[in-house]
Design a binder for this molecule. Sequence first.
Ligand code: GDP
Ligand code: CA
Length: 319
Amino acid sequence: MRITAVAGGVGGSRFLRGLLAAAPRAQVTVIGNVGDDITLHGLRVCPDLDTVMYALGGGIHEGQGWGRADETFAVAAELAEYGVGPDWFTLGDRDIATHLVRTQMLDAGYPLSAVTEALCARWKPGVRLLPATDDRAETHVILADDDGKRRAVHFQEYWVRLHAPQAESIVFVGAEKAQPAPGVLDAIAEADVVLFPPSNPVVSIGAVLAVPGIREALESSAAPVVGLSPIIGSAPVRGMADKVLAAVGVSETSAAAVAEYYGPSLLDGWLVDEADAQQAARVEAAGIRCRAVPLLMRDADATAAMARAALDLAAELKR
Ligand code: GDP
Ligand code: CA
């Protein structure tokens, strides 16, 4: 079975671990979000790609869900002594090695997809990890100050430094001119199943969909597209999905509202948490097959059961 999944960072990678446990013989391709990418201290940092790579490759800080295990921060401490910022984004020493390799290869002319493949040769994540695009397409958030003045900040600054205040809109800078990375469209066209993990629908999966050609390929894919809700009850399980959903005009924070936001042209099936079972009828009325199952990634078993439920729904949709 060929499974193609679109993924962000922490939520996406946790789900992917469950997927590999649920379908150990499947060939899994992950289309990773690059909207979070940022250049810091001259180093190209790809937080979501690295979270997937470390999590599936056994290098992740388990408690945190991102960053390296056994990390140290000597470089960050030295930078602070120089007074060199940004002081709101701390790079760990082990992590810096990844960014050094990446930056060096990018500077030598290799595209991000080739660099990611090279980094994965060490980590062996058990999936083929493809950046959505080799082009630069970073997510920026437009904020309106009290006096009505607008400013744009990089998504990392919005989330890590400003802790996700109310946002006016989201811009995927450069995305309109970006092209899907090699292999992305084929991975969609050749998939037996396409999955949307419970990743952020706007700044993770939405940033991937903003690359021209990817949404269209998903809409016309023969394979069923099944997603899992990142919202349980009236709040994201973690993070700021409610804030960025509001910024794209989705004022209601619910599993059904996210399904409607993706829409029936994109989604064939949608899993909501058991607590949201009453929303299933509304999702089905929108033309999306819906099931209610436990959606908390409490541990490896619970996460594998979620992946199994998504694959079961996909199989049902194929018949
Ligand atoms: P990020 O790039 O690190 O923010 O990670 P993702 O975009 O891949 O995933 C973030 C989303 O995962 C958030 O919107 C969370 O609500 C969602 N999430 C995190 N843990 C869980 C969980 O246990 N269950 C569900 N259903 N969603 C979760
Ligand atoms: Ca992310």
